[in-house]
Each structure stands twice: as C-alpha cells, then as structure tokens.
Design a protein around this ligand. Structure first.
Ligand code: SAH
Length: 344
C-alpha cells in the first residue's frame, strides 16, 4: 500500500484526517508541532498523541524528509547551498543566506523549470515535476536540521522553478511556513518571485495573504525581454505591467522588480531610461542584481562603470533602486547550477 505523505496536508486537511481516524481535530496543532518544530521521523515518537490515533495515522501516512546529497559553503559570505534528493530520485536545491542575527532560505518550487530563461542555469537541466507542499517545506526542515543555530526569519521562492507554475502547492507551503504550530514565519517575510506568469499574479492579488511579490523583469523592452525570457512571448510587457498595476492597486502592496545586469545586453543608459519609463508612476522597488556567471553561458557579469551609470540614470529618474552583488559565487549558488552540474 502506498501511504500518503502527511506533510502534504494543510492543517484543515489534517484535522479532517484526524476526525476520520477517530481523533479530535485540535490534535492537528500538536501533530504539526511534532512534525515541524520537533521534526520527528515516526508517529510513535508523538508522545502526547493517544496510541490508537498514532496507529491509525501511521497506517495511512508516511513522514518524509529530504536527503542531503551535497553541501557547499561559501568561504567569503557563509552562503550555503544544499542539493537534496527526493524520494523518487529527483533532486532540488535550496540555499541558506545567513546574516548576523537572521537568515533567509531560498527554496525551489519545482524539480527543474519549464521557462528556459536564456541566462539561467536551471534552463540547462530538464524539467521533472512540481514539488509537493511537503517537499517544499522539507527543504526548510533539512536546512534547519543542518543549522540548529540559524534563526530562519525569511523565505524566498527564488530557487529552481516557477512558483506560479505550481501555484497550489506553493501557497500551501507558504501557509505551512506561516502557521504558528509549524514554522511561524510572518507572511511579510516570505517572497514569491515570478518570471511574469500573469494568471498567478492575478490569483495572488485575490489571496488576501500579505506575502511579498517579486517580478523578474530584466528588460523594459519586449524585443530584449523575449530573447532573455521566452515567457514574454506568452505574457508581453503590456499585459504583465497591467496585472502588476492591478495587483498594487487591489492589495495596497508594492512589487519588487528583479533586474539581472547582463554585460552589454540590458544595462545601457537607454535601457535604464526605458526601465524608468516603464515604471513611471508604479509603486515599486527595483533590485538590480549583477549576473552570477554560469559556466558556459554566453552572458557575462557587468562592469562596475556600466553598473554605476545604469544605477545613476535610474536614481535620477526617481526610481527606487538598489544594487545587489551576487552571493556565493564561489559555490555555484546561481539558481540551478548545482542540480545541472550533477545531472551532467
Ligand atoms: N522563476 C522565478 C523564480 C526563480 S529565479 C523567477 O523567474 O522569478 C530567481 C531570480 O534569479 C530571478 O529573477 C532570475 O531571473 C534570477 N537569476 C537566475 N539566474 C541568475 C544568475 N545566474 N545570476 C543572477 N540572477 C539570476
């Protein structure tokens, strides 16, 4: 018999399962704490759960955890990258980005990615499947276990995969992260990053969840953007920006636009002016990220002097922009690099 993974259940679904097993629904909170706070590997370790309920759940569910098969720690900034094996042999990556008093975990939402952005390492390995909510949570669980001292305060869905191509499971995982009996991470400390899947942006706007939204822009012109990101042919800038503006209007929240700086591609003075024009009157921030060079990629990291001009042009036009240097360059920390190098 193939048992279901209990970590794929929302709290509501677990309450239902407990009732079906003859228990009381308030036990869901207790079981969540055993699963996510104490991280037990078996039902019989759940000491304050009555034995009959433990046995009934054990008959129906399994408790999964991800197996860590590679770890790389950056000597320069402490960024640590993990490669995990899922039960079916697929692999995914997640990254711990420690700061002095807090830490961010960057997680994958899919094993592989269908969107094939031209500069991204995830594009060089095949798409396998969506991750379940329990597997997504499992990435954070495994990093917590490996770093007992880390104070994980923030979660970003910026690893491998397109979160809005796996919308239900991503939102289910976000609710798990938010749950006081599980990870207790505030919604505002979670960020979903999309390559611009418009229906996902529209759906998130109606979710009523205070989660942060990032949109990967990378160019303010359709011609260049379509070359960098094939998704732009399906959802061109007009449509994308309309959905972003609707999102900002209906949620009262701002959007962060991600803009990867690629040498000689999207960082000229003209590109900056075009970006400023596109974002005129839009309540937003821009994160300009220097390209983290992927081995074999035709794209290169920007030169300091070009970054300066790009940043200054945006600032002069009143755009709220910050420049970020890539982290963990010495450990292949760019999205998908570890998975891709393993598959080769
Ligand atoms: N699919 C989602 C989330 C994953 S990628 C999205 O596209 O937003 C997270 C961010 O990292 C995106 O902005 C992506 O374009 C960027 N990125 C990918 N590879 C990169 C690299 N080598 N250097 C810098 N940023 C990169």
């Amino acid at each position: 018999m193939n048992k279901a993974s209990i970590k794929d259940l929302s709290k509501k679904e677990l309450e239902e399962a407990i009732k079906e097993a003859g228990g009381q629904s308030y036990r869901a909170g207790q079981i969540f704490r055993w699963l996510y706070k104490i991280a037990v590997g078996a039902f019989d370790e759940m000491k304050d759960i009555p034995a009959p309920l433990r046995e009934a759940l054990d008959a129906r569910f399994r408790i999964i955890s991800l197996e860590t098969i590679d770890t790389r720690r950056s000597l320069s900034d402490g960024t640590t990258k993990y490669l995990f094996r899922l039960e079916d042999g697929n692999t995914v990556e997640a990254v711990l980005l420690p700061e002095r008093t807090r830490a961010t975990v960057c997680i994958s939402s899919q094993a592989g990615c269908k969107f094939k952005c031209d500069f991204c390492a995830s594009a060089s390995a095949p798409f396998a499947r969506n991750l379940t909510s329990g597997e997504i949570a499992g990435e954070v669980m495994a990093i917590k276990a490996a770093n007992p001292g880390a104070n994980i305060t923030n979660i970003v869905f910026m690893g491998i995969g397109e979160p809005f191509d796996n919308y239900e499971n991503v939102l289910k995982a976000a609710r798990l992260f938010n749950d006081k009996d599980a990870f207790n991470i505030g919604s505002r400390r979670m960020t979903i990053s999309t390559c611009g899947v418009v229906p996902g942006i529209e759906r998130l706007a109606k979710e009523g969840m205070q989660i942060e939204l990032s949109v990967s822009l990378h160019s303010a012109g359709d011609a260049v953007r379509s070359k960098l990101m094939p998704v732009n042919k399906r959802y061109p800038l007009r449509e994308l920006m309309a959905s972003c503006k609707d999102y900002i209007r209906s949620t009262g929240r701002i959007i962060t636009f991600e803009y990867v700086l690629l040498d000689g591609v999207n960082i000229s003075r003209e590109s900056a002016a075009e970006l400023a024009g596109l974002l005129k009157g839009v309540k937003c921030k821009v994160n300009a990220i220097s390209y983290n060079k992927v081995p074999g990629s035709k794209y290169g990291a920007p030169k300091d002097k070009d970054v300066k001009v790009f940043m200054q042009t945006l600032a002069d036009a009143g755009v709220n922009v910050i420049h970020r240097k890539p982290k963990g360059e010495d450990i292949d920390a760019g999205c998908g690099q570890l998975r891709a190098s393993r598959l080769k």
